[in-house]
Design a protein around this ligand. Structure first.
Ligand SMILES: *[C@@H]1O[C@H](CO)[C@@H](O)[C@H](O)[C@H]1NC(C)=O
Ligand SMILES: *[C@@H]1O[C@H](CO)[C@@H](O)[C@H](O)[C@H]1NC(C)=O
Ligand SMILES: *[C@@H]1O[C@H](CO)[C@@H](O)[C@H](O)[C@H]1NC(C)=O
Ligand SMILES: *[C@@H]1O[C@H](CO)[C@@H](O)[C@H](O)[C@H]1NC(C)=O
Ligand SMILES: *[C@@H]1O[C@H](CO)[C@@H](O)[C@H](O)[C@H]1NC(C)=O
Ligand SMILES: *[C@@H]1O[C@H](CO)[C@@H](O)[C@H](O)[C@H]1NC(C)=O
Ligand SMILES: *[C@@H]1O[C@H](CO)[C@@H](O)[C@H](O)[C@H]1NC(C)=O
Length: 354
């Protein structure tokens, strides 16, 4: 517990879920130790298939062949299998900095997890390992749709020192990347880049991405929503944030979290996935799968707190969530009972229901 107490001074992530959303889907969303965030048919509209059905067979075939076209090196896989009501549609999308082999590996793992975690559900969506890849399938058409839900967001709870200036830098960077991504072709709608906030001398790393089957206008509007939402509502003045939706992705941090960008061939400034010591960030985390899988945030190893953020902020939204657990923390009665408090003190990780 003392480790946790110390950690929570540095690590600010809390878990806030809109109440209506929880009640609707608490049994159907969660995370795993592979940092897999998933929603099983959020609105419970698509129904279930049975183990021996044509749908089950089609889904199985589709998922096992989804990434088999190794000529696809741009990280977007979309295909269908089956006829009429047994037809299954699937999309696999990797974050733009992920290499082709890693992408296929990510999707393969996501596939195994999602079918296990959403058994018999005709529709499901999940993001694997810090959104390295997204996998979704449904019996309805999902290609070329601008879909903004289900979604989640996370904020680094550290405030920017000069928030107005920092926000301006983030806004400029995000808008530049948004235009670049929206203008991308039907294989790739992605933008990544950096900007320097000369006030704090911090480099801001940004990434935006859409599924490339969107039109330019759809991609743009999905990202506009995300950028606006993070900056004006969900994570205002924060030094890091992400908004994750089926159709588009937006994230910025003050440390590098991208590893590979084929569009620039520049190695990322920091090849290490670990955040710089001065910029702790919440991550989606681990909880063992259970009847009510839980969204949660993980503890990173303690690190030097940044000078401008000596302590944790109080939560701005009341916490209401299923029982969460943390990476590195054994699930025990103590842990479980302290977790809500930790979450309150530790920052923000939200599921957006609207
Ligand atoms: C599908 O199965 C889930 C979990 O077993 C259940 O909660 C849900 O109500 C079912 N949906 C339908 C439409 O039957
Ligand atoms: C997959 O998406 C591409 C555009 O990105 C489109 O041309 C192709 O028809 C799609 N495939 C299916 C099966 O919808
Ligand atoms: C997720 O998949 C990995 C390997 O693909 C497996 O080890 C792990 O147990 C799975 N987790 C869940 C919750 O299904
Ligand atoms: C953002 O871009 C505008 C227009 O290019 C520029 O005037 C402004 O100074 C920039 N703001 C920041 C904080 O970089
Ligand atoms: C930022 O860096 C420049 C040059 O490296 C330095 O002159 C300046 O004092 C730094 N500003 C802050 C706020 O640290
Ligand atoms: C995309 O979806 C969002 C949310 O439903 C909506 O506000 C926006 O207008 C849509 N964009 C386009 C181009 O249809
Ligand atoms: C960040 O700013 C908000 C609003 O001004 C404030 O309530 C909160 O305590 C601040 N958090 C930190 C870590 O300073």
């Amino acid at each position: 517990m003392s480790l946790l107490s110390i950690s929570l001074l540095w690590f600010l992530c809390c878990l806030i879920i809109t109440t209506t959303f929880i009640f609707k889907t608490s049994a159907d969303l969660g995370t795993t130790s592979q940092r897999f965030f998933y929603f099983c048919d959020q609105n419970n509209e698509r129904g279930n298939y049975t183990a021996k059905s044509n749908y089950a067979r089609n889904l199985n075939t589709l998922l096992s062949t989804l990434t088999s076209n190794t000529r696809i090196d741009y990280g977007f896989y979309n295909s269908s299998h089956g006829e009429n009501k047994d037809k299954v549609n699937a999309i696999g999308l990797c974050r733009g900095d992920i290499k082709p082999e890693e992408c296929r590996g990510c999707l393969d793992q996501a596939k195994a997890n999602i079918t296990q975690l959403c058994p018999n559900r005709k529709e499901a969506i999940g993001w694997y390992q810090d959104e390295k890849c997204m996998l979704r399938y449904s019996d309805r058409t999902i290609f070329g749709l601008n879909e903004t839900e289900p979604a989640y967001y996370m904020c680094n709870m550290n405030n920017a020192t000069d928030a107005d200036k920092f926000n301006g830098v983030v806004k400029n960077l995000s808008d530049k990347l948004r235009r670049k991504a929206a203008a991308g072709d039907s294989r790739r709608k992605y933008g990544a880049g950096t900007a320097v906030d000369d006030q704090s001398n911090k480099t801001v790393y940004g990434v935006v991405q859409c599924t490339p089957d969107l039109s330019e206008a759809e991609c743009d509007s999905c990202l506009v929503e995300s950028i606006k939402g993070l900056s004006s509502h969900y994570c205002n003045d924060k030094i890091g944030a992400r908004m994750v939706r089926p159709s588009c992705y937006h994230r910025y941090e003050t440390y590098s979290f991208l590893f590979y960008d084929p569009s620039t061939h520049h190695p990322s400034p920091s090849p290490s996935p670990s955040p710089s010591p001065s910029s702790p960030s919440p991550f989606p985390a681990p909880s063992s799968p259970k009847a009510t899988p839980s969204p949660s945030s993980s503890l990173l190893p303690p690190s030097v707190p940044s000078a401008e953020s000596p302590s944790s902020p109080p939560p701005s939204v009341p916490l209401s969530s299923p029982t969460p657990s943390f990476e590195g923390v054994k699930t025990s009665s103590t842990t479980v009972t302290t977790v809500p408090l930790l979450l309150l003190l530790m920052g923000s990780f939200l599921f957006v229901s609207t």
